[in-house]
Design a protein around this ligand. Structure first.
Ligand SMILES: [Zn+2]
Ligand SMILES: [Zn+2]
Length: 318
């Protein structure tokens, strides 16, 4: 079973995205790229090099539902006629824009983000969502942890690796312990744990960074020999990356704790200190990053949190 990486252009800051073609029956595409003409052309060229066409695709498997990874899923599914789309049930972004949820507005307000900033983030997201078609419930099937995606020769095992998003999944080829990890593992950047409602209880927030640390350890327990990420080159030394991530996360956590003044601070205050120049979409990522680190520090007993009169969470050092 051969894994063929195909790099596709995206209109996003992150640069090109990697999708992975398994050119074996049933022909399977892992991630699709964003819904742009350029990405579709590059994908078709990649398929041609493997002597395939869109109509040969039988399965579309998504690592997660960010626009750069899932954008073309619906279009490819429709064009390939009876292709099936698979995504984890906790990945709800494919159905509607992430910032459209009431839950999201509530999470941002609780993090201290001013109402006009929330509105601005929402407008920004309106611009991003044009790069993906939403999938209706009946248009996809669910991936579950541990399940096998079978091929004529060999199989990929689904490993649920939440963190970057709640429903992020990785795929393990057990024969040589190769992993396709989406945005869970990126060679040059530490993935951002995105602020999300908890898929099980949407009033709460998903503990993205704590979950992410568990996912990183879980991948480590598989002793991967090669990890294909969603962006950039594959990682052959997972151990080095694992230690580097842990160091970076630890340093960021200390920094976040240091930034909290005596009087206390919200995640929004911390985000502004941490990323003073962050504009537009990066503001949302800055808030995500701050919330993730504050949640982790709080769960480790390093910070206390209380709700202010107007419903914002204020953190204080213990
Ligand atoms: Zn992503
Ligand atoms: Zn990505």
């Amino acid at each position: 079973m051969r894994i063929i990486p195909i790099s596709l252009p995206t209109p996003f800051y992150v640069g090109p995205v990697n999708v992975y073609l398994i050119a074996e029956e049933p022909v399977t595409l892992i991630d699709t790229g964003p819904k742009t003409r350029e990405a579709l052309e590059a994908l078709k060229e990649g398929l041609r090099r493997a002597r395939l066409r869109v109509s040969d695709i039988r399965r579309i498997v998504l690592t997660h539902a960010h626009e750069d990874h899932c954008g073309l899923a619906k279009q490819l599914r429709d064009e390939a006629k009876d292709a099936q789309v698979f995504v984890h049930a906790w990945e709800t972004g494919h159905r509607a824009g992430r910032l459209e949820y009431e839950e999201h507005r509530r999470l941002l307000e609780r993090a201290g983000v001013p109402a006009e900033e929330v509105a601005q983030m929402r407008r920004m997201y309106e611009g991003v969502r044009q790069y993906a078609d939403a999938l209706e419930d009946h248009e996809h099937a669910e991936l579950s942890d541990g399940e096998e995606i079978k091929f004529e020769k060999g199989a990929l095992r689904v490993v649920h690796t939440p963190g970057h998003t709640p429903g992020s999944c990785s795929f393990l080829r057990e024969a040589d312990r190769t992993v396709i990890a989406g945005d869970c593992v990126l060679k040059r950047i530490t993935p951002n744990p995105i602020l999300s409602p908890d898929p099980v209880d949407p009033v709460r927030r998903f503990h993205s960074l704590a979950e992410y640390l568990v996912s990183l350890a879980r991948l480590r327990s598989l002793s991967p020999t090669l990890v294909y990420g969603g962006h950039g080159e594959p990682v052959s030394d997972y151990e080095e990356l694992f230690n580097r991530y842990l160091r970076a996360i630890g340093e960021r956590q200390s920094e976040v704790i240091r930034l909290i003044p005596k009087a206390g601070a919200t995640a929004w205050d911390v985000a502004l200190e941490l990323f003073p120049g962050a504009g537009d979409v990066h503001r949302f990522l800055a808030v995500s990053e701050s919330v993730a680190h504050l949640d982790l520090a709080h769960s480790e007993g390093k910070l206390a949190v209380e709700l202010s009169g107007d419903g914002r969470e204020v953190y204080r050092r213990n």
